[in-house]
Design a protein around this ligand. Structure first.
Ligand code: CP
Length: 336
């Protein structure tokens, strides 16, 4: 895949070679994310970072990644503070903002909205999450994390067993990640959710068409010999009513006791975050915070590397990053 000038809208765009190309560039971004070096390869470039739905990680890590490459970030956050609230179309918004930016990242609550926006854009657009549809950069950073965690345990992505737990209907990260994992060999999926929040049939079809084994269940029971336990939050913002979402809160909790009972001592715990830490939800308990297999913060850190790689590739500077680098002089604490 030639990334230069391309939109990144869906994981359907990727094959194994293009994923490897992203991961190779992400690896090279480590000294910059660690603040051991700085680069000005994107000096003068402007990112339009448009978030029409709540976000902490994706919005800030897109901005951080662009800054770490030497570029500048212009942001708008929230629907009500944008002209979309006055009835402006996504096409017009894209046409205008692409005149102000070299690349645009966008999150929006409606499925398909980022692709619609991209049709009006004159610069590359990267999908930061569109409704319950896709979250391609999260899936890439999740897969990058799985690769690194598997390497640590002497394994690889091919042949892994992943247990996905929680809201698999509305959780866009599990949709995108399932599609990416389907590109690999002999993956086992154990999908655990309330029946009403099961993985959509279209995603199951992708998994099955690729020849992988998939078990769908509404119970976490027995011993699950998973390499990865991928926990998710009930996506309450996608339900018709709060009361409907509340029916599922706290349904599948993971804490030290449940982890020890059902998983292997080497099972890596992942979660796209945010986790809902309120007492009646608490899907991933704080008593696992210091567990060495808890990869959730490594996952979030990896988001910067992967997003730096995507910016470098789509703007065609992936081979120039080190040419424009220098040492840093300020105190830089241990990161990653
Ligand atoms: N994982 C993720 O998308 O987090 P944010 O909603 O904070 O961006």
């Amino acid at each position: 895949m030639n990334f230069k000038g391309q939109h990144i809208l869906s994981v359907n765009q990727f094959d194994r070679d293009s994923i490897q190309a992203i991961f190779d560039v992400a690896d090279k971004m480590t000294p910059y994310a660690l603040r051991q070096k700085r680069t000005t390869v994107l000096d003068g470039a402007i990112l339009g970072n448009l978030f029409f739905e709540a976000s902490t990680r994706t919005r800030v890590s897109f901005g951080t990644a662009f800054n770490l490459l030497g570029g500048e970030v212009r942001e708008t956050t929230g629907m009500s503070s944008s002209a979309l609230a006055k009835g402006e179309s996504l096409f017009d918004t894209a046409r205008v903002l692409s005149g102000y930016s070299d690349i645009i990242t966008m999150r929006h609550p409606q499925s398909g909205s980022v692709s619609e926006f991209a049709e009006g854009s004159r610069v590359p657009v990267i999908n930061g999450g569109d409704g319950a549809n896709e979250h391609p950069t999260q899936a890439l950073l999740d897969l990058y994390t799985i690769s690194k965690e598997q390497q640590y345990h002497g394994g690889q992505i091919d042949g892994i067993h992943i247990a996905m737990i929680g809201d698999l209907k509305y959780g866009r990260t599990v949709h995108s990640l399932s599609k990416l994992l389907s590109l690999f060999k002999n993956v086992r999926f154990t999908l655990i959710s309330p029946k009403e929040l099961a993985m959509p049939e279209a995603i199951l079809q992708v998994i099955r068409d690729a020849g992988h084994s998939v078990k769908v269940t509404d119970q976490l029971e027995g011993s699950v010999d998973a390499d990865i336990c991928y926990q998710t939050r009930i996506q309450e913002e996608r339900f018709e009513t709060q009361a409907e979402a509340d029916k599922y809160r706290g349904k599948f909790r993971l804490n030290q006791t449940i982890y020890t009972k059902h998983f292997q001592s080497k099972t890596v715990i992942m979660h796209p975050l945010p986790r809902d830490s309120r007492a009646d939800a608490n899907e991933l308990d704080n008593d696992l915070n210091l567990h060495p297999n808890l990869a959730i913060f490594r996952q979030a850190d990896n988001g910067v590397l992967v997003r730096m790689a995507l910016f470098a590739l789509t703007l065609g500077v992936e081979n120039l990053v080190s040419k424009y680098d220098r040492d840093v002089h300020w105190y830089s604490s241990k990161r990653l």
